[in-house]
Write a protein that binds this ligand. Structure first.
Ligand code: NAP
Length: 224
C-alpha cells in the first residue's frame, strides 16, 4: 500500500514511517520537498543501520504526497491541520485520511495535560466536516513517537481506531498489524475519537509524574 505522511518530517510521522517502511511504500510529505527528502535519507540510514529491508521511500511536498498516496496520514500540529488541508482538499477526495491529532492546549501556550476541544467535538470530526468527500479514520493518538522510533522493540500499547466508514477502518486496523506489539482496536464511529484524543493528555501527565518515556494503554480481554 502507498502511505503518505503529511508532516512526516516531525516526530510522530517519522516514527510511523519507520514502522511501516518494511511492508509499504512510504511518501514523506512536507511544506518543503527538500525537507521531506532529508527525512527520507535519515529514515533509510536508520533502517539500513538496523539491517531492516524497506520498500520505496520518497519525499514530496504535501500536495504531491496527497496525490500519490492511497492512505494519507495527517501528522501535523492540530492548529495547522485545516490551513494545510485548504490547499489539498481535491487531492484527498475519496481517499482514506487518518487523523492522529490531539488538540493539546500547548497550541495556545497552555499545559500539555490540557486540551482545547474543537467545536466539532474532536480533531477527527473537525477534519471529517472539512473534508466531506474523504473517508476519515482516527488512530495513533495514544502511541508516543518515542515508542514508534525504537524499531527494534515491539510497541508496548494498543492503538484505538475510530471511523464511520467500516471498510476504511478495516484497512487501518490491518495496517496496524505491521506495528509489532500493537493491535488496532475498533472503537466504533468517528465520534468516539472525542474520548480517544483526550486520553493523550492523561498519558502525558503520567509520563511526567513517573518519568516514563512514553506510556500507552492496553485493552485487556481481547487476545485469547
Ligand atoms: N509526538 C508524539 O509523540 C505524538 C503522539 C500522539 C499523537 N501525536 C499527534 O501527531 C501529530 C504530529 O505530531 P508531531 O509531534 O510529529 O508534530 P511536530 O513535529 O510538531 O510537527 C509535524 C510536522 O508538521 C509540520 N508543520 C509544522 N508547523 C506547520 C505549519 N505552521 N503549517 C503546516 N505544517 C506545519 C512540520 O513539517 P514541515 O516543516 O516538513 O512541513 C512538522 O515537521 C500532532 O497532531 C500530534 O497531536 C503526536
Amino acid at each position: 500500500m502507498k502511505i503518505s505522511i503529511l508532516g512526516g518530517t516531525g516526530d510522530q510521522g517519522f516514527g510511523l514511517a519507520l514502522r511501516f517502511a518494511k511492508n509499504h511504500d512510504i511518501i514523506i510529505g512536507s511544506r518543503k520537498k527538500e525537507k521531506a527528502e532529508e527525512a527520507v535519507e535519515t529514515i533509510k540510514k536508520i533502517l539500513s543501520s538496523k539491517g531492516i529491508e524497506y520498500k520505496n521511500i520518497i519525499g514530496l511536498d504535501n500536495r504531491m504526497a496527497s496525490k500519490e498516496g492511497e492512505v494519507i496520514i495527517l501528522s501535523l500540529p492540530y492548529q495547522h491541520i485545516l490551513s494545510t488541508l485548504a490547499n489539498i482538499r481535491e487531492e484527498l477526495k475519496n481517499k482514506i485520511v487518518v487523523s492522529i491529532g490531539v488538540p493539546l492546549a500547548t497550541a495556545i501556550g497552555d499545559k500539555p495535560t490540557r486540551v482545547i476541544i474543537p467545536p466539532q467535538g474532536s480533531v477527527a470530526e473537525m477534519i471529517r466536516d472539512y473534508l466531506k468527500e474523504s473517508k476519515v479514520v482516527s488512530a495513533f493518538q495514544n502511541v508516543c513517537s518515542k515508542e514508534l522510533e525504537c524499531i527494534e522493540s515491539p510497541v508496548d500499547c494498543d492503538i484505538l481506531v475510530c471511523g464511520d466508514d467500516k471498510e476504511s477502518k478495516k484497512v487501518i486496523i490491518n495496517l496496524i498489524k505491521d506495528i509489532d506489539g500493537s493491535i488496532g482496536i475498533d472503537c466504533g464511529g468517528l465520534e468516539m475519537s472525542r474520548y480517544v484524543e483526550q486520553i493523550t493528555p492523561l498519558l502525558i501527565g503520567l509520563n511526567i509524574k513517573y518519568k516514563l518515556k512514553g506510556s500507552g494503554i492496553r485493552i485487556t480481554g481481547l487476545r485469547d
